[in-house]
Design a protein around this ligand. Structure first.
Ligand SMILES: [Zn+2]
Length: 449
């Protein structure tokens, strides 16, 4: 395997960015993963009291790891543990292994609750992140020389910089605009020749809405593809269709999580789920009740292990995201495993209402599949003051003037009932009354007493 590109060499062979790695046989990939996992676990055991204590408490010695299946006997790492560890051993916790002299960047988690968890990148980490991010951009159709308009936030939020570094490896021209200046975004679409656009799905819909208001025809701009991440939704039929028509592009999902990597999985042109860079990540799907791995294809919690991360490696990190796995061959020729349908929901956001269970993303798919509604919605959970029962209300925006245009409310209720197997209340607000966001949207509000 090549370790770097020669100066001036154009990367990629037209189909794959790194053909040898991306098409490795599953057996060779598993062997590579085992070798890297054993080295990573030994390194964590020797260099991190945080991991050593966890391993010993679970009765685990690094020599016990003989196959990838043995990973299931290692303890899981939860975000709260990382927070507690950083509070007890400030500033970065004892899971940081690399000496600070080798650290290049710091990136905190973006969660809205509690103290942020800091993760660090060494020089090598930044190099590897840039490399597999370039691979992900390439597999969705980005090519050397393309103009990339990067509307992921720069600064502490990690995806902006990862894409920026990857664009350099891809020999692309970057417009580092970040998640701001909506009118300028559209101006660059029209005048700069942007071919590839990146943002959160929420922000892309906000831009599409502004384009409609300003009567900018998506067919008149040269934009070809977009990768959307930072929140789920790109792979739901309703949202994908809205982004694709609104911007006149092919839309792809890209996934990252700050404790793992900014951009660690993305769709290929076959749109068959999020492909992982499995040479750097070991993927498990875990049953949230039994904490055992589920069979391939079954839904559970995504748990990820860093195979090459130096500064703050995660061994079995509980992402709290729900997904399922498919390692069968993909039409694109890549052998790396996929999450069909992308992230199916946040485990915390699972709404349990009158015996039914659903994720906000299922509501999103209904709302965005209806022509008379805007892209925005909010799910409010509250308590009925008289009966004390839970009430679930889906608030959406209608695109017409009346309060209940021609029985639209009833139509939305019916569609939601079909999708969720339970009927929430529906409130229709006039267009423009729900909050718009350029970053990550909060679509579930719990006001239960
Ligand atoms: Zn594929």
């Amino acid at each position: 395997m090549r370790s770097g590109f020669d100066e001036g060499e154009v990367p990629g062979d037209g189909t794959f960015f790194e053909p040898e790695v991306e098409t490795l046989s599953r057996d060779a990939l598993r062997a590579l993963q085992l070798e890297r996992l054993q080295a990573q676990v030994r390194r964590c055991d020797a260099g991190s009291p945080f991991y050593r204590e966890k391993f010993r408490a679970a009765g685990f010695e690094p020599g016990d790891l003989r196959s990838l299946d043995d990973l299931a006997s290692l303890p899981i790492v939860y975000k709260q543990e990382l927070r507690d560890e950083q509070a007890a051993h400030p500033p970065f916790g004892r899971y940081v292994i690399a000496p600070l002299s080798e650290v290049r960047e710091l990136h905190p988690s973006t969660g809205t609750t509690g103290h942020p968890v800091h993760t660090l990148w060494t020089f090598n980490d930044a190099r590897i992140i840039a490399r597999f991010t370039a691979r992900l951009l390439y597999q969705a159709g980005t090519r050397p020389g393309d103009i990339i308009q990067n509307a992921f936030s720069y600064g502490l939020w990690i995806a902006g910089l990862a894409v920026h570094y990857a664009a350099d490896l891809l020999r692309c021209f970057v417009i580092p605009i970040g998640a701001t200046l909506t009118d300028r975004q559209i101006w660059y679409f029209q005048n700069a020749g942007t071919a590839v656009f990146l943002s959160t799905p929420s922000y892309s819909l906000h831009i599409a809405e502004r384009m409609r208001e300003e009567k900018v025809d998506p067919a008149s701009i040269p934009l070809g593809i977009g990768l959307f991440g930072g929140e789920g939704g790109t792979e739901t039929e309703g949202t994908r269709a809205k982004i694709e028509t609104g911007l006149g592009i092919d839309a792809f999902d890209i996934y990252g999580i700050s404790e793992i990597h900014p951009t660690c999985a993305a769709e290929c042109m076959a749109k068959a789920g999020l492909h992982w860079a499995e040479d750097h990540h070991l993927i498990e799907i875990i049953d949230p009740e039994t904490l055992r791995p589920v069979s391939e294809g079954e839904t559970g919690i995504l748990v990820v292990t860093h195979l090459s991360r130096e500064a703050s490696p995660m061994i079995r990190y509980w992402t709290n995201d729900t997904a399922r796995l498919d390692s069968s061959p993909c039409a694109c020729g890549r052998t790396h495993t996929r999450l069909p349908g992308g992230i199916l929901g946040r485990h915390d956001d699972l709404v349990v209402y009158r015996g039914a269970k659903f994720y906000p993303i299922q509501v999103e798919n209904v709302i965005r599949g209806m022509e008379d509604l805007s892209d925005e919605f909010l799910i409010v959970l509250s308590t009925d003051k008289k009966t004390g029962a839970d009430v679930c209300t889906v608030v959406a925006e209608h695109l017409q003037g009346q309060s209940d245009p021609a029985g639209l409310r009833e139509k939305v209720r019916r569609r939601l009932r079909e999708a969720l197997q339970v009927t929430p209340d529906v409130a229709l607000n006039p267009f423009g009354t729900l909050e718009r966001t350029t970053h990550k949207a909060q679509r579930l509000r719990d006001e239960r007493s």
